[in-house]
Design a protein around this ligand. Structure first.
Ligand code: GEK
Length: 244
């Protein structure tokens, strides 16, 4: 399947239904995420670098909400610790089906990757050294986020890390406006029209809930993480690495 250009919200829509990770999104996903998330490619390659540093021999590395497995593939290329494997989870059957096809194209399999189609809430996290939530926590209901981060903390070995990337919100309206406008400029510069930007925003409104950096950091601390470092931010997109 060639990588198609995202035009899902290009025409005027009568009814904007809640965003879903279905076949239509899967077909355009690499294009959609590159043109929508500032620094996406850089974040993916640095997840590989972080995983190479923190993956411990004989441990599991998790990619929760893996979509097409970009972070798993980056980790797989870089991890050298012996006896590691990668467990990639997504609850969209269309995503996992395509992710498995892409994984099979990787001609030199090194670290084994298991792709699981499941709700990440139902997957045990154990003997982990690296856990990746790359733009996934924002889709988990607010009330369930602390328990999930606590479960990740409990499943990590000492010295293990959680890489948490999210679209973020700002409590001060002027800062929110500043970053949001720049993000829209980024999308316009990547060829999205104002109509596409506004229709996609409506589709995501109820399913993707961004929080402030302070809120994420407080939750990580409450879950037990000894520190969390902001290692990437561009406009309203950020990535933290939290250490156990
Ligand atoms: C990347 N990490 O390219 N259980 C499992 N998967 C879920 C759940 C859930 N409860 N909720 C949402 N997802 C990827 C990008 S995309 C981010 C992540 C975006 C999955 C959902 O099916 C989708 O594939 C992914 O989380 C979010 O590095 O598109 O903005």
């Amino acid at each position: 399947m060639p990588n198609k250009t995202d035009a899902i919200y290009a025409g005027p829509l009568q009814n904007i239904i809640d965003f879903q990770f279905d076949e239509r999104v899967v077909a355009v996903f690499p294009d959609m995420i590159q043109r929508s998330v500032p620094g996406y490619g850089m974040i993916i390659s640095n997840i590989g670098i972080l995983a190479a540093k923190y993956a411990q021999a004989g441990s599991h590395c998790y990619d929760l909400g893996c979509s097409l497995g970009a972070a798993s593939l980056a980790m797989r290329q870089r991890i050298t610790a012996p006896g590691c494997d990668i467990i990639a989870v997504d609850n969209s059957p269309a995503m996992i089906e395509r992710a498995r096809e892409l994984l099979a194209l990787d001609s030199e399999p090194t670290v084994p990757v298991t792709m699981i189609c499941a709700d990440l809430q139902d997957v045990a996290i154990e003997n982990a050294s690296v856990v990746v939530l790359n733009f996934t926590l924002q889709f988990i209901p607010l009330a369930q986020r602390l328990a999930l981060v606590q479960r990740i903390f409990a499943g990590l070995r000492p010295g293990g890390i959680l890489i948490l990337s999210e679209k973020i919100a700002f409590s001060e309206p002027e800062r929110q406006h500043f970053h949001e406008e720049l993000h829209h400029d980024f999308k316009r510069a990547n060829g999205y029209s104002d109509l596409e930007i506004s229709q996609k925003r409506s589709a995501l409104e109820k399913v993707m809930i961004p929080e402030t950096l302070a809120c994420h950091q407080k939750r990580l601390q409450a879950a037990g993480f000894s520190s969390s470092e902001l290692w990437f931010q561009c406009f309203n997109f950020a990535s933290l690495v939290a250490m156990k």
